[in-house]
Design a binder for this molecule. Sequence first.
Ligand SMILES: Nc1ncnc2c1ncn2[C@@H]1O[C@H](COP(=O)(O)OP(=O)(O)OP(=O)(O)O)[C@@H](O)[C@H]1O
Length: 261
Amino acid sequence: MDIFNDILNLRFIDYLDVVLVAFLLYYIYKLVKGTVAINIFLGIIIIYGAWRLTEFLDMNLLNGLLRGFIEVGIIALIVVFQPEIRKFLLMVGSTNLGRRVKFLQRFKFLKTDATNTTNVDAIVAACNKMSMTKTGALIVFERNNNLDFLTSSGDEMNIKVTQPIIESIFFKNSPLHDGAIIVSNNIVKATRVILPVNNEKTIPKRFGLRHRAAIGVTEKTDALALAVSEETGHISYFKDGEFIAFENASQLTAMIKKDLM
Ligand SMILES: Nc1ncnc2c1ncn2[C@@H]1O[C@H](COP(=O)(O)OP(=O)(O)OP(=O)(O)O)[C@@H](O)[C@H]1O
């Protein structure tokens, strides 16, 4: 009965607390998924377990050693997880909250833009054409996470998306064809961008760096990616670090439009 009473007595702020912790854990899981960090995390749990066990068994010397290790643990954690902490802070800091919070659109001075105006039809048509000519391509669609931290690795641009523009960027002799392009609200923001690559061994060997980069950027951020294989001409669509299956171009177009909303 006490438990029921406790549940009934929960305040709004307690629910908010639980939701925020769930979000935090989800973001941490997204960051460490498929990285060595998960093994380090397990190592920490094992050391903690060993410390409690030596305490229980009164093994003073070993217990003292492990306690010393755990006491400086927080500093060790910051050092060991430095890249993950950096990415986490980057992710939190680069989320375009304005685009999510639709009511903010009413305040015109905030210049929020909830409707994504990207010409998906033109991009998919360009991919189909490149697929036929086996022209390699990698297109990243920016959503809520700001990708400016990636654009600096390439050339910043400000070109309106059209089918001929996309095709000419990836044309084999074009100086811009290497790397990825980043598209945001129908504008090519950057070309020749180097994306974070996923190193997981579970990805089939036939997929090289282009596809691993598409997986990498879509698992580290909420971006979407389209890749055209130079080897097979096959078009792949990526979301949340996964390949998304589709049957034809019109289904792919509809899916991207829905995901960009
Ligand atoms: N980290 C990266 N970020 C952006 N683009 C990349 C990255 N790594 C590779 N690429 C692009 O992918 C191209 C092809 O790389 P690779 O052949 O390894 O990929 P792949 O997945 O086998 O694709 P394909 O089927 O087209 O050969 C590179 O020339 C480069 O343009």
